[in-house]
Design a protein around this ligand. Structure first.
Ligand SMILES: C[S@@+](CC[C@H](N)C(=O)[O-])C[C@H]1O[C@@H](n2cnc3c(N)ncnc32)[C@H](O)[C@@H]1O
Length: 491
């Protein structure tokens, strides 16, 4: 509303507001500004005007103005008297710049952006819109985890040919085009700044990129203030060959994992991450229970076969759909059940699938309506799978129990022999939890080191000692687990 209309409003409706305020009773209470200021709040014009029109509705609704609605303070709230009709909340906003408002929906969208979208209203949604605009509407510090797979600006020129002469379908999509490095940098800065604002102080962000963009992205992230946790190499098991044989086969992409600051206490499920490590643990070893720290080189196949989304004609829907396995890892190790995960470049909604499957909330933003449509169908088919990985059970702190306590509970027996996996009895258990090793009294960790003859002063006894149960050796670690479970059940 312009200056002229504002003056009209102040001259006419400020009077109207005072007058109505007196006669409203309990069904029509008005408070559109007892002391209307000269220039500010021109929306009071509409506020008063609409209230005037709503007098007509007083039989069916309790109409309140500028009152607490339970969702914050709104301009007008209409509560149906019969308790059945739809309640209405109205908010008046004036934009001097009505850029791009062609339809009522555009006006509503702009109005929402004046206030900051309530994140609770947006959970588990695909938003078909521009990621920078949409993130700028959201509440600050409201998101736990962001995964971003932005345009790489691949700069693909002409048609790539396979060795046998067929065309290779690379990424030359409209959304991946930029005029210059300056424009790519400006775009990158804007969306990363928006991410920084909405990320919680203890949240974290993953950004993936190829050699074309990851250095630009990384530099801008550091300028904004992100703190790098790791960079991860996605080593593609089945990379696209360099058809011309003119340079190395480009067989990896890079992920940057960053926190909001060095002080952030970001989520990392360390032991759960081990469950994904088949890169340095063979399938066989894994089967046998062997687990090792997850490293920063992830060998994952490029998305193909049944996993790849196809359109009605059976063609690849999206040129850069990411493998589900990658997003499963990321969501599992750096967020928890109930967290909010946001992806500003949703594509086929791979991130949303991982989030929903593991009981996280999600917000997916994607500009292309077709991707949103297919992505929605994909997400609708997903259900929460209540697994130890989703719950990060491996990282739950175990109840602390001591050996003397286990002896008192008869889980271990005073005077019984301790063995290694093989060989004769080695040491005898004493009432205070220490071991008698050939007359020397040692705690079980020092005793394990000494009896095995290693240089280290201590070995974790729970990894080494066994006792006899029903003529078989049972690890004391197993006995401790069973004891813990028993006491947790009785608590
Ligand atoms: C690299 S793809 C993401 C693919 C996605 N990770 C997947 O697994 O399917 C980037 C996506 O961002 C979308 N996009 C590009 N610019 C955008 C913008 N400004 N706002 C929202 N989406 C955008 C593109 O349409 C494209 O689908």
């Amino acid at each position: 509303m312009n200056h002229y209309m504002n003056r009209v409003a102040l001259n006419t409706f400020s009077y109207f507001c005072h007058a109505c305020g007196e006669c409203a009773g309990d069904t029509f209470s008005v408070d559109a500004g007892k002391k209307p200021s000269e220039e500010s709040e021109p929306e009071k014009f509409y506020h008063g005007f609409v209230l005037g029109l709503l007098v007509d509705q007083a039989a069916g609704y309790v109409v309140k103005s500028n009152r607490e609605s339970g969702f914050g303070r709104y301009d007008v709230v209409m509560e149906p008297k019969n308790g059945k009709d739809t309640a209405v909340i109205m908010e008046f906003k004036v934009l001097d710049d009505y850029d791009g408002e062609k339809e009522l929906a555009d006006t509503a969208k702009n109005a929402r952006s004046c206030k900051g979208e309530r994140i609770t209203d947006m959970k588990n949604m695909i938003i078909n819109g521009d990621s920078i605009d949409e993130m700028n509407k959201m509440e600050a510090e409201s998101v736990d985890l962001i995964f971003a797979d932005p345009p790489y600006w691949m700069r693909v020129d002409g048609v790539l040919k396979r060795v046998e002469g067929t065309d290779f379908d690379g990424c030359d999509d409209e959304w991946d085009q930029f005029e210059s490095l300056d424009s790519y940098e400006a775009f990158t800065r804007k969306w990363l700044e928006a991410c920084y604002r909405i990320l919680k102080p203890d949240g974290s962000i993953w950004v993936i990129g190829g050699m074309q963009c990851i250095y630009t992205i990384g530099a801008i992230m550091q300028q904004i203030g992100f703190w790098f946790i790791n960079d991860v190499v996605w080593h593609k098991k089945n990379p696209t060959p360099n058809f011309m044989g003119t340079r190395l086969n480009n067989s990896h992409e890079t992920l940057i994992w960053a926190a909001k600051s060095k002080q952030s206490r970001f989520t990392f499920h360390y032991k759960t991450a081990k469950e994904f490590n088949l890169d340095t643990v063979s399938d066989e070893e894994f089967e046998k229970g062997s687990r090792k720290q997850l490293g920063s080189v992830w060998r994952i196949a490029v998305c193909s076969g049944n996993e790849r989304l196809r359109d009605e004609e059976g063609s690849k829907l999206h040129s850069t759909q990411k493998p589900q396995e990658m997003l499963d890892r990321i969501v599992a190790i750096s967020s928890s059940i109930g967290d909010l995960v946001l992806d500003p470049f949703g594509g086929t909604m791979t991130t949303g699938v991982a989030a929903k499957k593991m009981g996280r909330n999600y917000i997916m933003i994607e500009r292309n309506a077709t991707y949103c449509e297919y992505g929605k169908k994909r997400l609708d088919a997903v259900e929460f799978e209540d697994t130890p990985i989703a719950r990060a059970d491996f990282d739950q702190k175990s109840v602390k129990v001591s050996v003397p306590e286990m002896i008192r509970a008869n889980a271990l027996i005073e005077n019984e022999w301790f063995y290694f996996r093989q060989g004769d009895a080695v040491a005898r258990l004493m009432a205070d939890g220490k071991l008698d090793y050939n007359g020397e009294i040692l705690d079980m960790h020092s005793c394990a080191a000494k009896a095995r003859g290693v240089k280290a002063k201590r070995l974790n006894g729970f990894d080494y000692w066994y006792v006899m149960r029903d003529e078989s050796r049972v690890s004391i670690s197993e006995i401790r687990d069973a004891y813990r479970e028993a006491i947790q059940q009785t608590e």
